[in-house]
Every structure is written in structure tokens, then in C-alpha cells.
Design a protein around this ligand. Structure first.
Ligand code: FE2
Length: 478
């Protein structure tokens, strides 16, 4: 098919129907990070490329893709976390996409507020898919997940991928990274088009087939349910390693074939993954393949828990499974069981609003109306770190200012008094403020270990795995 596309493009170029530098795909974003972003695009003919970017519309920075090619993936590096950048794309020296923006991922200690969209089973190109895509654009996500099946009816080609994905979501994917989950139809051609389209994290044993990414205080696992997931498989071991090794407040999973659904649930996968997800505190599992919306009560080993709290859960301590397979593929109608909290055979996308220790889920129909809501709240132990006067887990210049303000102007400390005692001396004094500045700007010694704490500072943060356990490397002499 690539060959057919090339022949057709050559004919159109010769006839003057398309310009050589004309974009045939993108630009779209991939591999987002706190300090980098990858911009990807495709042109009608092999040309050099460049991305001009900067913190404002004046741009000022540039990275070139000097080898003439129809395929370009340019990494912008050395960026600041949680920062908006403007960018534009040049092809053969001509500006072909202008006035674009993205925001880098927020820093690891930043809980913050951010929005994620989830959509799946999209690729028909029909009006329903266009309506849902318009809703996603209005949701303006910071980051997104596609739960799989990018092209219907079967398999795909680059042309179909352009028509049923890159064209339809062009604006959204130029400003936010949408992470793809591989569905069954994405492998109809052996995965050539799917894996040739995306640039994904590839450091799992499965390469780009399954991977993880972090955004704010959330870990996302994107799994491959087309291959084995049972105990003893590389993927199962990797899932456990990822979940056990993460201290993120929120853990979200995406896989195409459902574990819990009114239709097409894969019982063998459910038996091996359900206990794993429950044990390691997975909050949400997004699934697709069945073309409807279905939200379950929190599920543990096949049983619903905390059903009386629906739809606003407080620390449910069991994953909530959601089928989001209504992105454009022909809808299916099935009868949900007793473990289902909400079911609707409707076209939709899901919006997740992370608000610190609270997470709000909204299911949005093709008419852009929210038809289902659910929230999860968690009691989060305060983070304690000497010098961190507002308890946000980070040492910043504002912490030093707050100490001096407290000492000399009667200002308030947001966290407990002991948090201002950077050096764990007998009292809070000016040296604590100076120590913070020295640590931040001159490579001075780090804060003293927490030690025994008075009341009001939360639970013992020094305990292994406790909220203040920042690792021995953070402290001298531990
Ligand atoms: Fe599917």
C-alpha cells in the first residue's frame, strides 16, 4: 500500500495537484515528557524539515530535520516542565503549519490539575466519529489515550489511517499527545501501519507493544491484550514491576480486550490481572472492543465492593473498570449484569479530571452532553520534608521566603512549624531560610532527615515507603 501511495503521490505531484512540501499527515505530538516533545509529520515528497519553537509567539529556537525525507520526527529537548510552547513546521524552507502550541508534561512532584481524554474503537470516518472527535477537541485534554482499533472495517493502510485518524483528530493531536493502545484490528496487517504511524516508549520487554508513561501524579500502563498476559509471561512480570515500583497517587490501565464487560470479556485475562490490579492499587482500567459505554462498580476478584458509595467513591481500594468502545465503530447492544453501575450503548468519549487527591470521570456523548459521572477521592497523608513549608513535596524559593516572612513579618507557615526547621536545629531561625537558598542555588547540603516529629506534621514520614520517604540519596548520613 505504501508503494501505491507513493505512485499516486508522484502522479499528483507531476500533475501539479499537490505541492511537494504539502503535509499529508500531521504535525502531531509524540513521546511527551517534562523536558522534551517530539513533533511528527509527513510530506508529499522528500524534503528537509524544521521545527521553530519558543515560549511565546516570537519562537526563536529551531531544530532541523536535514535529511530529505517524507517522514520527519523532530525531538525538541531542553524544555521546561509544565510550560507552554509555541511552534510551527517548515518543509523545504516553507512554513506549512503555523500558530501551534503544546504544553510539556508537569514535573514529577507536581500533583496539580490536568485533564485526560479516553476514546476507542473509532475508525469508521462516519458522522458519529466526527461528532465524538469534535467533543474531544472541546474537552481540550492535556494528554489522551486511545483504547485501540483505529481503522474499520478491517486492518488498514496509510491512506485509511490518514483519513480515519490523523485527519479527524488533527487539531487535538497537534497540541496533546494521544497514546495508542493496540487493538485487534490494528494487527490485521501485522501492525505495519499502526507501528509505522506512532513513536512510542519502547523500553518494555514488548517494545512498543506495551509501555508506560507518567503525567503529574499519575502512572499510565498501556497494555497489549492481543498477546499473552498470564502469569509467567513477560508482559505480566512487567506489569507487576511497573505497578510495584510506582509511588504515583493514581494508577490507570488501558487494554483493548475487556476484562469486565457485558460482551466479549476475556475471562482468562480477568483471572490473572484482576488480583494484580487490586493488589497494587490500580484506580481505573479502560477497555474497548465492545462498542458501548459501561462502567462497573469497584471490582475485586470478581465481586463488586463499595456499591453503596456510587457514584462518588472514597478510597474504594479496588479498580473501577470502564468499557469505552463508542468512538465511532458501529454500536452494540447488550444486557449488563448486576456489577454494572452504568451502561449505555452510545457514541462517546471519557474525560478524566485529575484534581490533586480527587479524580472526576465524565462520559460525554456525541452531542457533547455528559451522561455519566463518577468520582474517586483519596485521603492523602501530608508530605513532610524539612524546608518544604507548604507541604507540596517540593523545595522552592517560595519556601525560603515563607520562612523569612514567618520570622520577621509574622507570616504564616502552611505546613507544620517543624517543616521550616531545615537543619533540624533547636529552633527555626534565619539560618533555615539561608540553608534553603544555599541548597537550591549553590549546591549546599540537603535538608536534614525528618526524625521524630511533633503532632500536626502527619504520620511518621521517615518510615520506609511513608509519605516523606524520599530515598536515602536525598539525605546525608542515612
Ligand atoms: Fe476490537
Amino acid at each position: 500500500m505504501r508503494c501505491a501511495v507513493a505512485v499516486m503521490t508522484a502522479l499528483l505531484l507531476a500533475a501539479g495537484v499537490v505541492e511537494a512540501q504539502e503535509l499529508t499527515r500531521g504535525p502531531f505530538l509524540q513521546l511527551g515528557a517534562t523536558d522534551s516533545m517530539v513533533v511528527v509529520w509527513r510530506t508529499a515528497a522528500p524534503l528537509t524539515g524544521a521545527v521553530e519553537y519558543g515560549p511565546d509567539a516570537g519562537l526563536g529556537l529551531s531544530v532541523e530535520s536535514p535529511a530529505p525525507s517524507t517522514e520527519h520526527a523532530v525531538a525538541l529537548t531542553g524544555l521546561s516542565a509544565g510550560t507552554e510552547y509555541h511552534y510551527r513546521v517548515l518543509s523545504g524552507g516553507v512554513v506549512v503549519a503555523d500558530g501551534l502550541r503544546f504544553r510539556t508534561f508537569p514535573g514529577p512532584a507536581s500533583a496539580g490539575e490536568f485533564r485526560v481524554v479516553v476514546v476507542g474503537d473509532t475508525g469508521t470516518g462516519n458522522q458519529a466519529q466526527l461528532d465524538v472527535a469534535a467533543g474531544i477537541r472541546l474537552s481540550a485534554p492535556d494528554v489522551g489515550i486511545h483504547t485501540g482499533d483505529f481503522i474499520y472495517p478491517r486492518g488498514g493502510s496509510d491512506l485509511e489511517m490518514d483519513r480515519k485518524y490523523f485527519g479527524i483528530y488533527a487539531e487535538t493531536i497537534s497540541r496533546s499527545v494521544i497514546y495508542p493502545t493496540v487493538g485487534n484490528h490494528d494487527l490485521d496487517d501485522g501492525g505495519t501501519v499502526f507501528f509505522g504511524s506512532f513513536h512510542l516508549p519502547d523500553d518494555s520487554p514488548g517494545g512498543e507493544r506495551y509501555y508506560s508513561f507518567e503525567y503529574g501524579d499519575a502512572l499510565f500502563l498501556i497494555l497489549d491484550s492481543n498477546q499473552g498476559m498470564g502469569v509467567g509471561t513477560a508482559q505480566h512480570a512487567w506489569i507487576e514491576e511497573q505497578l510495584a515500583g510506582s509511588r504515583k497517587l493514581w494508577k490507570v490501565v488501558s487494554l483493548h480486550h475487556p476484562l469486565y464487560a457485558a460482551w466479549l470479556a476475556v475471562e482468562a485475562n480477568r483471572r490473572v490481572l484482576d488480583p494484580l490490579f487490586a493488589r497494587y492499587g490500580v484506580d481505573l482500567v479502560f477497555q474497548a472492543h465492545a462498542h458501548f459505554y459501561e462502567r462497573f462498580y469497584p471490582m475485586r476478584n470478581g465481586r463488586a465492593v463499595a456499591t453503596g458509595e456510587d457514584p462518588d467513591y472514597q478510597d474504594p481500594d479496588a479498580p473501577i473498570y470502564v468499557v469505552t468502545g463508542g468512538g465511532g465503530g458501529s454500536l452494540a447492544q447488550r444486557n449488563p449484569g448486576a456489577n454494572t453501575a452504568y451502561y449505555a450503548s452510545v457514541y462517546h468519549h471519557v474525560r478524566l479530571d485529575f484534581q490533586g487527591s480527587r479524580l472526576l470521570l465524565s462520559a460525554v456523548g456525541r452531542d457533547n452532553q455528559v451522561f455519566d459521572n463518577m468520582s474517586i477521592s483519596k485521603v492523602v497523608a501530608p508530605v513532610f520534608r524539612r524546608g518544604d513549608t507548604d507541604g507540596d513535596g517540593e523545595l522552592l524559593i517560595t519556601d525560603a521566603v515563607r520562612i523569612l516572612n514567618y520570622l520577621f513579618l509574622g507570616g504564616a507557615l502552611i505546613s507544620c512549624l517543624e517543616a521550616a526547621n531545615f537543619d533540624n536545629s533547636e529552633s527555626v531561625d534565619i539560618s533555615d531560610g539561608i540553608h534553603v537558598l544555599n541548597y537550591l542555588f549553590r549546591g549546599g547540603p540537603p535538608p536534614a532527615p525528618p526524625g521524630p516529629l511533633p503532632g500536626g506534621c502527619g504520620p511518621d514520614p521517615d518510615a520506609p515507603g511513608g509519605p516523606g520517604d524520599l530515598g536515602c540519596e536525598e539525605y546525608s548520613g542515612c
